[in-house]
Design a protein around this ligand. Structure first.
Ligand code: SF4
Length: 351
């Protein structure tokens, strides 16, 4: 893993307007900020409906952001404007003020043409059968991406590239002439991965890539993604609701609740010393292979349902279900603060 930051997201919001309803609509992602280093896997976990898939798609601008800033490889690909950013000198270094703190300025509105970034930033979808066009052969599906980005000059080169991609994901070259319905779920996901790899991406949003697959196939796909990362130097945002999978593959983990990022830290540290009450709840639900340890462990069960993102609670969004909630939690939004090196959480009771 490199020290270079490949992706930076600042105060990103995504609201979906609901026809006939006044107000902001569905507040799916609320003020999320994070960074991903080159070659890193950042895992993103949370219950279904917490906004993790929307966040992944908004980063790729498959959903247009409502506000915030996205910087990819040093280039701003989206900026709603007026975001606090550091002043840089000619060499790209931060300029410090007299007090030693970085000088800040307001960012300018930007919306980059995404075509060049579509090649660099790819996605592997959750449901492989729904993401592959049933009328196209596997060769056509993979070839389509090659054609859009004009990656080969001759028909022979294109055919060679498709064959090599199929081999790299453990499929045979004759699979190129078959249709998606002729494959198992695991094979369909391999096709989805080959399609993403066809354009030689740098960054891939893996959107619950194994949750629709049999347990026996899941580890094969995870291992394949890990091998590909090592071979090709890929950077992943790995989205899943299963913390046991995410902690296996991720260098760092972000925990989301109702559109907000509530904790972020190194995978080992977050698993051993979780800070946020919601992370502790998620970890208590992860099965332990040792029956004795499993009996000793106390599972934390949250009261109530996850509130609607159309009308999220004021203050800390988790306060309606949090066993430690105080009056302050109902009014004030907790800030994401660093409590240990690289370990961040948003909770008033942590101080
Ligand atoms: Fe619970 Fe309050 Fe912390 Fe939110 S801020 S997690 S409600 S204690």
């Amino acid at each position: 893993m490199d020290d270079k930051v490949l992706l930076q997201v600042q105060n990103l919001r995504k609201y979906f307007h609901v026809k006939g309803v006044k107000g902001p609509g569905v507040q799916a992602v609320e003020g999320v900020s994070l960074e991903i280093k080159k070659g890193e896997t950042l895992g993103l976990v949370g219950e279904s409906g917490c906004g993790k898939t929307t966040l992944g798609r908004t980063i790729l601008r498959l959903h247009e952001p409502t506000s915030g800033r996205i910087v990819y490889d040093g280039k701003t690909i989206y900026d709603s404007g007026s975001i606090d950013i550091p002043e840089l000198d000619k060499n790209g270094r931060q300029i410090l003020g007299k007090d030693g703190k970085p000088l800040m300025k307001k960012s300018k509105k930007t919306s980059a043409d995404m075509l060049p970034y579509r090649r660099k930033m790819q996605i592997i979808f959750q449901d492989p059968s729904a993401s592959l066009d049933p009328r196209m052969t596997v060769g056509e599906i993979i070839g389509e991406a090659i054609d859009i980005h004009k990656l080969t000059n001759t028909k022979a080169e294109r055919t060679e590239m498709i064959k090599s991609l199929l081999n790299s994901v453990g499929l045979n070259t004759e699979h190129a002439n078959r249709f998606p319905h002729e494959f198992s779920g695991g094979q369909q996901q391999r096709v989805g991965i080959a399609r993403a790899l066809a354009v030689k991406p740098e960054f891939i949003v893996c959107d619950e890539p194994i949750s629709a697959l049999d347990v026996s196939i899941q580890s094969q796909i995870v291992n394949m993604l890990e091998d590909m990362q090592e071979d090709l130097g890929l950077t992943y945002l790995f989205i899943a609701h299963d913390l046991s999978v995410v902690r296996h593959i991720s260098n760092r983990i972000g925990v989301m609740y109702l559109g907000t990022l509530v904790e972020l830290g190194e995978s080992y540290e977050l698993n051993k010393h979780p800070l946020h009450p919601y992370t502790k709840t998620l970890l208590s639900a992860v099965p332990v292979p040792d029956p004795e340890k499993s009996r000793e462990r106390k599972r934390i069960v949250l009261e109530g349902e996850i509130p609607s993102p159309m009308n999220p609670p004021a203050g800390c969004r988790f306060h309606t279900r949090c066993p430690y909630a105080t009056e302050k939690c109902k009014e004030a939004i907790p800030e994401l603060k660093e409590y240990d090196k690289g370990h961040w959480a948003a909770c008033h009771v942590l101080g």
